[in-house]
Design a protein around this ligand. Structure first.
Ligand code: PEP
Ligand code: MN
Length: 369
């Protein structure tokens, strides 16, 4: 199904982000006190940040944790606007939140990961935003479901929101991984290729869950061509009431943005660079074609095996054969410097397609072609 284009105002037309890249939204996970908000905003203003974030209503996993300061915090955000000239942004999860934000002149809102996963709430928010032109960023849903993420964008777009963007913050997983959330860059890249016009932010704080990973995730995001970052920053992270491990002080954020992150040009005008990159890309195209050809040939043989199994009444999956094939692929791949996880993922996908093709043959839905 072809995606319907979204009617999007580019980031440069939002009146909040100025060059140079990346566009950064920074501020504490939660607004905790007037002093904490003002001190953090002051530090961020000094390092050149234009858009200040602070959670006013906090979706916490367990009850009894700090669940946000609520409406009084919106007055602190108004002080941030007035005294430091910063634009302010917060998370909304209901019609009531939207109404309070509009009433208090919040400049931008975002929809959190738990809310994006709930179409009822997204629709309620979209309805409440109708008729405004406030920018809205939509975090990916907690579960790795691209369509659900797109569905949320469609609801907002139908409500007339044109200053629309996304935030990649990773996906919940039960697996033990290095980061708090699974990056699934493949989903982020698929979103980018379906909606190249959509402003794209990455949230390395929530994705990584630790300040130690903020640099590497930010760098990866910029290298993939995503233009924005949302980073949690607190004047004293150690005592933060939520997400204390993943926030940087404004000083640390300054060092990250000004000294550590490398902003690469998306392209270069030099003739020599053009010729070299064109040649390398041409080689990649040839290799990709041969990969596709090989995959096609493999599937064809797989179907022949399916016929043969059918005629001999043999089950499709023989685990021993597959384990041996995988072990061999990993051993050979090792010699070519291919990471084990990559090979496992590739071969599992190949295996899945092959089992599906044989299944169709055995169940009589298809014959060898
Ligand atoms: C947040 O940005 O503070 C937040 C709660 O994020 P997420 O929705 O990504 O968990
Ligand atoms: Mn947070």
């Amino acid at each position: 199904m072809a995606d319907k284009k979204l009617d999007i105002v580019p980031l440069s037309g939002w009146g909040m982000f100025t060059d140079p890249q990346p566009s950064v939204v920074a501020g504490p996970c939660s607004a905790e006190s007037e002093e904490q908000v003002m001190e953090t905003a002051k530090g961020l203003k000094e390092l050149g940040i234009n858009v200040f974030r602070a959670g006013i209503w906090k979706p916490r996993t367990h009850p009894g944790c700090f669940e946000g300061i609520g409406v009084p915090g919106l007055k602190w955000l108004q002080r941030v606007q007035k005294e430091y000239g910063l634009k302010v942004a917060t998370e909304v999860a209901s019609e009531k939140h939207v109404a309070e934000c509009l009433k208090h002149g919040v400049d931008m809102v975002w929809i959190g990961a738990r809310t994006t996963a709930n179409p009822f709430l997204v629709q309620e928010i979209a309805d409440a935003l109708k008729g405004t032109d406030i920018p809205v960023l939509v975090k990916n849903p907690v579960n790795p479901d691209l369509e659900l993420w797109i569905g949320a964008l469609e609801r907002l777009s139908r409500a007339g929101i044109r200053k629309l963007g996304v935030i990649h913050r990773g996906f919940s997983t039960f697996d033990k991984i290095k980061y708090r959330n699974d990056p699934h860059w493949d989903i982020a890249l698929e979103m980018r290729s379906r909606y190249p016009e959509l402003p794209f932010f990455t949230d390395p704080s929530h994705l990584g869950g630790s300040r130690d990973y903020i640099l590497e995730i930010s760098q990866r995001s910029l290298d993939l061509g995503f233009e924005g970052l949302m980073i949690e920053s607190h004047c004293n992270p150690q005592v933060a009431l939520s997400d204390s491990k993943q926030q940087l002080t404004p000083e640390q954020l300054k060092d990250l943005l000004h000294n550590q992150i490398v902003v690469r040009k998306s392209d270069s005008d030099s003739k020599e660079w053009r010729e070299n990159i064109d040649q390398l890309r041409a080689k990649i195209d040839v290799i990709d074609e041969s990969i596709i050809y090989s995959l096609g040939s493999r599937l064809k043989i797989s179907r022949q095996i399916g016929e043969y199994k059918k005629n001999n009444n043999v089950a499709i999956v023989q685990a021993v054969r597959w384990d041996a094939l995988m072990a061999k692929a990993i051993a050979i791949g090792n010699e070519y410097g291919l990471p084990e996880k990559f090979l496992t993922d590739v071969f599992n996908a190949i295996h899945e397609a092959s089992v599906e093709a044989q299944n169709e043959i055995i169940s009589g839905k298809s014959s060898e072609q």
